[in-house]
Design a protein around this ligand. Structure first.
Ligand code: FES
Length: 171
């Protein structure tokens, strides 16, 4: 019948659009928070080294390592001591992809990164995965019969810095 009035409650179109906008904003915020949480999870914990100098213990601890063998004596500091032929080197466990902490896998004879699968040889050279370059070596020296690693002084293979005399000790 012409002129009949609806008994349905009238909701202004502006209110509907406004409610939809709030919904989209909430969903966007939720997705954003989820993405941040996922990124934070995939991003590794920083190595957390406060001290520049790390005492790795008496040098005798390392003299019996065979070439290619790794010591985990200070791995809790994010540092692995490796013997590479006649040299002892300190390897920074920070993955060169996105910074996860790598760990030595004795069965595989390589460092492996838990985040995206990069692996590295005993000297830190990158073997596979997304890591774009080798692990870094750290300054190492013997002082009063003890191995001291400077965790803030780094040497990069691709810059030929692994031949720097402060990047290894002969022991
Ligand atoms: S952080 Fe991505 S492979 Fe190590």
């Amino acid at each position: 019948m012409a002129g009949a009035m609806s008994t349905e409650p009238q909701v202004p179109r502006r209110s509907i659009l406004s409610a939809a906008g709030v919904g989209w904003l909430a969903m966007g915020a939720s997705l954003g928070a989820g993405s941040w949480a996922a990124a934070r999870f995939m991003r590794p914990n920083p190595p957390g080294r406060q001290n520049e100098e790390v005492d790795a213990g008496p040098v005798e601890r390392y003299v019996s390592l065979a070439s290619g063998q790794i010591s985990d004596a200070i791995s809790n500091k994010g540092i692995w001591i490796a013997r590479i032929q006649e040299r002892l080197v300190a390897i920074d466990a920070t993955c060169t992809h996105l910074g996860c902490r790598v760990a030595w896998m004795g069965n595989d004879a390589r460092f492996r990164c838990p985040c995206h699968g990069s692996s590295f040889a005993a000297d830190g050279t990158n073997l596979d995965g997304p890591a774009p370059r080798p692990l870094q070596h750290l300054a190492i020296r013997v002082q009063d019969g003890r191995v001291i690693v400077n965790s803030n002084r780094r040497f990069r293979k691709e810059r030929d810095e692994w031949e720097h005399p402060d990047s290894f000790i002969l022991a």
